[in-house]
Design a protein around this ligand. Structure first.
Ligand code: 3PG
Length: 541
């Protein structure tokens, strides 16, 4: 299938050049569409690559009927309504490592520039002044650097600061004391950081919790000589409060790369002598832009291949890097789910996925998501049920999802085939009873899929194309009659599997067809007397 991709916002060509060479990816580069136009256009695309200029609000995403993936080429995702994306089954991924070093370096440029008054000194010199006394600076060695947030960028800033022989403290509720120690950093409370630091630098995302983490109260706790650096996100700092603090000189200065509103226009902060500022240049180096573009496009290639991306921010499970290589098991999970969904017999109540064997030991949770997605997509037509939103979708409908990895040596079928996925699908019948339907399958060799079990029947058929499944009294001649009927309809049988367990009066047969039949073929087949039930299954590639 052709993947239509919109790139809105400027993206270096490094990655785009790779995409141009891929047959099933069609890229349109339209930087940066005004909101109204984006709303009109977004419905055509399966994936979108953005930077910080494009706002993907819930309202815009409602128009993104085909959208499956949002890639933020960069780190900050506060311009994406992630909750709305998740609800709509849209994956959200970013490239968290590609511009971290560049941003950390910019942070340090601002720290140096602010502490040595470089901007003002340069302006003065260009006006032919020689004001050495006026621009007396601050030596960084031995000073306390307080880092709010110790993720990728915070850690790199800490490493650079170590070279300056600074003492580093951090406030980050998500890192352990040991990890902080391993980075040469002391973990402290936010108040301790604000009260002790000579330089406070922000390195956290903007969320509901971190919005205005630096407000009037926080600023009051800082030393009058302290400097504030924000290379993270506008909105982390209350700009009105900062303006007051800088005017009253309750802190000594601020360096800002980000603003609540970008561009900030004639914001009064920019008029202050103790403020230096840059226009959101944190990630603006040639190297970072190329790396962001490459990583974003790499994510797209991964998505084109597997329909999932390892590093998605809103996946309900954590994936290991190598998991996606096991795509044959994902196809099997898809087929098992599809067969369960097509044969649904009541209101879905519980989906239990059992994985056996080494190959599935680290992908059990992902297999559960794929099975659940595939079953529910076959039953419910509403919404785009996807890896991202299937747990939420199931919960809203009181459907339990359970999975486990089991020891193959305790299961006859799993022991024989070494790897096995068994799906137990429980439904509520019209009489309010719970019914169970069991389907199991395996991967033979690299990628040959086989269905091996349907309830008490042991089978062996390939889940591909159109397959007629029928239950009939075990009498000679049934296969002949079905064959004749199909021949009259000009339908070729590609493969046939008839299964009769000991002590069973009914055989279960699977006719894999070379031609797709009309649905009314089932009615004709049911006229053959010994046939009790008959279903037409479709397995897409
Ligand atoms: C980021 O979040 O990656 C940086 O703030 C850079 O944003 P940009 O892609 O808009 O330059």
């Amino acid at each position: 299938m052709m993947l239509n991709v919109l790139v809105t916002d400027n993206l270096a060509t490094t990655g785009l050049d790779i995409l141009q060479q891929v047959d099933n990816i069609h890229v349109e580069v339209l930087p940066t569409l005004p909101t109204a136009e984006l709303q009109q256009q977004i419905g055509k695309y399966h994936a979108i690559i953005i930077r910080s200029a494009t706002q993907l609000s819930a309202e815009i995403l409602q128009h993104a009927k085909k959208l499956e993936l949002i890639i933020r080429a960069g780190i900050g995702v506060d311009n994406i309504d992630q909750q709305a994306a998740t609800q709509l089954g849209i994956l959200v991924a970013n490239t968290p490592h590609s511009n971290s070093t560049t941003t950390a370096e910019h942070t340090f440029s601002l720290i140096s520039a602010l502490s040595r008054k470089i901007v003002a000194a340069c302006t003065s010199l260009k006006q032919q002044q020689w004001e050495k006394k006026k621009f007396l600076g601050l030596e960084l060695r031995g000073k306390i650097l307080g880092l709010i947030g110790m993720g990728n960028i915070g850690s790199i800033v800490a490493r650079i600061a170590t070279g300056y022989q600074m003492n580093i403290v951090t406030y980050d509720p998500f890192i352990s004391t040991q990890h902080a120690q391993s980075l040469g950093v002391t973990k402290v409370t936010l108040d301790e950081l604000l009260e002790s630091a000579d330089i406070v630098s922000l390195h956290c995302p903007r969320t509901e919790k971190t919005q205005h983490i630096i407000d009037a109260q926080a600023l009051q706790k800082m030393k009058p000589s302290a400097l504030l650096i924000n290379c993270a996100r506008g909105g982390l700092v209350n700009e009105e409060d900062l303006l007051r603090a800088l005017r009253e000189e309750s802190i000594a200065g601020a360096a800002l790369d980000v603003f609540v509103k970008e561009p900030p226009g004639d914001h009064p902060l920019l008029a202050l002598d103790n403020v230096i500022a840059t226009p959101h240049l944190g990630a603006s180096t040639k190297e970072a832009q190329e790396s962001v573009s490459r990583d974003a496009c790499q994510l797209l290639l991964e998505f084109a291949k597997y329909r999932i991306v390892n590093s998605a921010l809103n996946l309900p499970i954590k994936l290991k890097g190598e998991s996606l290589a096991k795509s044959a098991y994902f196809s099997l999970a898809e087929k098992l789910g599809s067969m369960q969904g097509q044969l649904v017999n009541g209101v879905p109540h519980r989906i239990v996925v059992e994985c056996y064997g080494e190959e599935t030991s680290d992908i059990t949770e992902l297999v559960e998501l794929i099975v659940a997605k595939s079953i529910l997509r076959n039953i419910f037509s509403e919404g785009n049920i996807n890896y991202v939103n299937v747990p939420m979708f199931a919960k809203q409908r009181d459907i339990d999802l359970v999975s486990s990895h089991l020891d193959a040596s305790n299961d006859e079928l799993a022991k024989t085939y070494r790897n096995l996925i068994r799906v137990r699908f429980f439904c509520k019948t019209h009489q309010d009873q719970i019914s169970e339907q069991i389907i199991a399958g395996t991967v033979i060799g690299l990628n040959h899929l086989r269905i091996l079990q349907f309830n008490q029947y042991l089978l062996d058929f390939r889940p591909a194309g159109s397959v007629i499944m029928m239950l009939n009294e075990d009498k000679p001649g049934v296969v002949g009659q079905v064959g004749t009927l199909l021949a009259q309809e000009n339908i070729n049988i590609a493969c046939l599997s008839v299964n009769l367990p000991k002590n069973e009066k009914h055989a279960l047969a699977f006719y894999s067809l070379a031609t797709q039949p009309q649905q009314n073929i089932l009615k004709q087949i049911l006229e053959i007397k010994p046939i009790q039930a008959c279903y037409l299954l479709h397995f897409t590639a």
